[in-house]
Design a protein around this ligand. Structure first.
Ligand code: KG4
Ligand code: ZN
Length: 338
């Protein structure tokens, strides 16, 4: 079965054709990141406009790269939630029009579900149940994946997402948007024990995260040093920050795994590309005898292939939509109407 996946939730316009939820036939991503970098973050109005300009060409290219036409496609999957509403609407409207004109089933896909599904593309043997840490620019969740379409969030951030925290800390250190990657690179040159940063805990919720205090701690270090006219060793601060975020993410995930008896851990989302998190999670899983799946770097960021992969399983579960499908800015991964 061939599914066309369309993604436009943030700042990448993407489309892909995937066979049976596992085999990528094409994967086209048009990134707007260079333009948003001028403003230090994603400008929603610009994102919507750029999606509208790019989407026909991106979808056409995805079909051409796969060597198929729309007639060969069995279903059109589209990210409909959560994300920037004006950005989501472009993908949803385009997918609705295409599904209507080509007489194909329309499959709504939740963005975080698709991030998790990026792992199905890389690991043919991976099947639920497993425990997944989903860390992106907008979310930090520990999710029990009971089946391809049944999810339970057991841990979440109470304030900033991990990626947001990375981007804000990087911005404070003068790095361009999105700073997560740059911070990760500089961290490799620093001493992870140079700075002691707080490890905020959420009282009574052992799997929840709170990252805003960590971001503030980085800002305070920088401001204090600036006031005293001192130089902060940025590589050391990056390395210490990365070590702290990794300890928090790995600690809560492994605690949750032990408590629910999960033996398989999966990482997903843009921050799953972080070298410290990948190494830290691997070491912790090796020590505890847990199996870890890490998404390939090429599939960590937003892409259409993960939408098509999840779309395949949503379709098998009977989750299709009509022309009344709407985009939703905020929607839990375990909502009934996903
Ligand atoms: O999943 P994603 O592409 O978009 C959202 O759904 O939000 O995630 C983007 C986030 C950004 O905050 C970006 O800085 C972060 O992922 N990111 C990283 C790395 N690569 C991307 N954060 C830390 N280390 C990285 N290597
Ligand atoms: Zn994403």
């Amino acid at each position: 079965m061939l599914i066309l996946g369309i993604e436009s939730s943030c700042d990448e316009t993407a489309a892909s054709v995937v066979e049976d939820g596992r085999r990528v036939l094409s994967n086209v991503v048009a990134s707007q990141v260079e333009e948003h970098r001028l403003y230090g973050g994603v400008v929603p109005e610009i994102a919507g406009r750029r999606h509208a300009e790019a989407i026909s060409g991106v979808v056409e290219q995805a079909l051409a790269d796969a060597g198929v036409t729309i007639a060969d496609i069995d279903g059109i999957a589209v990210t409909y939630a959560p994300g920037l509403i004006g950005a989501l609407l472009v993908g949803v409207s385009f997918a609705k029009g295409l599904a209507l004109s080509a007489d194909k089933p329309l499959i709504p896909v939740h963005h975080l579900r698709s991030h998790i599904a990026s792992n199905y593309l890389a690991y043919p043997d991976l099947k639920p149940p497993f425990l997944c840490l989903v860390v992106s620019g907008g979310h930090s969740h520990i999710v029990r994946v009971d089946s391809y379409t049944d999810f339970a969030v057991i841990g979440r951030t109470r304030d900033d997402a991990a990626g947001e925290c990375y981007d804000k800390a990087a911005r404070a250190m003068g790095m361009p948007y999105p700073g997560g990657i740059a911070l990760d690179k500089l961290a490799a040159e620093g001493d992870p024990t140079a700075f002691h940063l707080p490890h905020p805990r959420v009282e009574g919720s052992p799997y929840d995260f709170s990252f805003s205090g960590l971001k503030t701690a980085v800002l305070n270090r920088l401001h204090n040093a600036a006031q005293k006219g001192e130089e902060v060793n940025k590589a050391d601060l990056c390395a210490s920050f990365q070590r702290t975020v990794t300890e928090l993410l790995v600690g809560n995930t492994l605690r949750a795994a032990a408590d629910i008896g999960a033996s398989t851990i999966v990482l997903a989302g843009g921050v799953a590309a972080n070298s410290g998190l990948r190494a830290g999670m691997q070491a912790a899983c090796d020590e505890k005898g847990l199996t870890l799946y890490l998404p390939p770097l090429s599939l960590c960021g937003d892409n259409g292939a993960m939408v098509a992969a999840q779309g395949y399983y949503e379709y098998l579960a009977g989750h299709t939509a009509g022309a009344d499908l709407n985009a939703v800015a905020g929607l839990p991964i375990d909502a009934d109407n996903c």
